[in-house]
Ligand binder design. Structure first.
Ligand code: PLP
Length: 387
């Protein structure tokens, strides 16, 4: 028996060091990282500016409570708002917490300001986290098994079907919460125009549109945030994963007139946005904007997708290649759950979702040469497995 709870089936490798798109295990073996801690280390491992910011902050102050002003938090909140939409920000520590905060904010807003019912519509196949409310919001039964009783207040409608959302709306509903691309669900992209239609529907019915950008945010899909592909303005977005480039950090970003529903005492987090976390995130966000990382993601993503298209004809089990920026899914008509383990033997970290989709989410700083290397490893793995 190990001392760590077995909530993950872990691969037999211990990673101890990282730099850019490379990681090393405890025997010194090098791997090309096509996972980036699941869309977390978007600027690459141990990015010098983020590491510097953390080291400098560690010499000054690790933590102080949100009972006091935290100046870098104010700078970061402003930077997020100026690069998204006029908003106020609540800082927390993870994606589930950011979404939990969004759910609470929707409820407070509906119960105290808009007087609409506080139910939230979410989509089949979605993933919003592992707290009780966020797993209930999640559109996948497997994450709910054995956790009854689940909280009330969520309605699930089929993915990508705008008419189904329209039909589900009545006075009891106050918001719709969606991912621009379903990452955990298998890199599923809704039909073009879906978010725009959703925005229109929410405007007509007085609903809030909450966009879960935990995985799609921070340049992952080739825009700073995934919703930007459709030129809409959300009412709230949630962030985590790449916000701290590996330092745990989450954020709920909401229109100020909605954020107003929270008063001192209605929501809180001991660690949320502490000095170390905001130092890491401020450095990360600054690099994203100053170095136009979304463009990098767009261009390299297009290159990588085209390279994968090239090998598709050699592998009849590949059904579809899809993605935006560097959130790419290769769907197979076979169970490919063993690929991550086989990938280790070839020197690559690979990730599979829903048993049949190879999800490529490397650091956004990956070079074209490294993309070629990844495609060649995938090609040879598929050949060996007869896929
Ligand atoms: C879209 C989305 N929302 C929420 C979460 C939950 O984030 P966390 O694991 O940081 O709680 C995830 C994690 O994969 C996610 O992809």
């Amino acid at each position: 028996m190990g001392y760590v709870m077995e909530t993950y089936s872990r691969l037999p490798v211990s990673l101890v060091k990282g730099s850019g798109c490379r990681v090393w295990d405890d025997t010194g073996r090098e791997y090309l990282d096509m996972v980036a801690g699941i869309a977390v280390c978007n600027l690459g491992h141990c990015h010098s500016k983020v590491a510097r910011a953390l080291k400098d902050q560690a010499d000054e102050l690790f933590h102080c409570s949100n009972l006091y002003r935290i100046p870098k938090q104010e700078v970061l909140a402003r930077m997020i708002s100026e690069n998204s939409f006029p908003a106020q920000v609540f800082f927390c520590n993870s994606g589930a917490e950011a979404n939990e905060g969004a759910i609470k904010l929707v409820r407070r807003y509906c119960n105290t300001i808009s007087k609409r019912g506080p139910k939230i519509i979410t989509l089949s196949g979605s993933f919003h986290g592992r707290t009780l409310a966020t797993l209930t919001a999640t559109g996948q039964d497997k994450v709910k098994e054995g956790f009854d009783p689940l909280p009330a207040g969520f309605l699930s409608v089929p993915f990508g079907d705008i008419d189904a959302v329209a039909e589900a709306i009545d006075d009891s509903v106050g918001a719709v919460m969606v991912e621009p691309i379903q990452g955990e669900g298998g890199v599923r992209i809704p039909p073009a125009g879906y978010l725009r239609k959703l925005r229109k529907l929410c405007d007509e019915s007085g609903l809030l549109l909450v966009i879960d950008e935990v995985q799609t945010g921070m340049a992952r899909t080739g825009e700073l945030f995934g919703y930007m592909h459709e030129d809409i303005v959300p009412d709230a977005i949630t962030l985590a994963k790449a916000l701290g480039n590996g330092f745990p950090m989450g954020a709920l970003v909401a229109r100020p007139d909605i954020a107003e529903a929270f008063a001192p005492g209605s929501h809180a987090s001991t660690f949320g946005g502490n000095p170390l976390a905001v130092a890491a995130s401020l450095a990360t966000f600054s690099v994203m904007v100053e170095e136009d990382v979304p463009k990098m993601s767009r261009e390299t993503g297009a290159y990588l997708q085209a390279e994968i298209e090239e090998i598709k004809r050699l592998h009849p089990s590949i059904k579809e290649i899809r993605g935006k920026g560097l959130l790419i899914g290769i769907e197979f008509d076979a169970d490919i759950s063993s690929l991550p383990k086989d990938g280790l033997a070839k020197g690559a970290l690979l990730n599979v979702v829903q048993k049949n989709v190879l999800r490529l989410v490397p650091p956004l700083v990956i070079s074209k040469g490294e993309c070629d290397e990844a495609v060649s490893i995938i090609d040879s793995l598929l050949k060996e497995k007869g896929l």
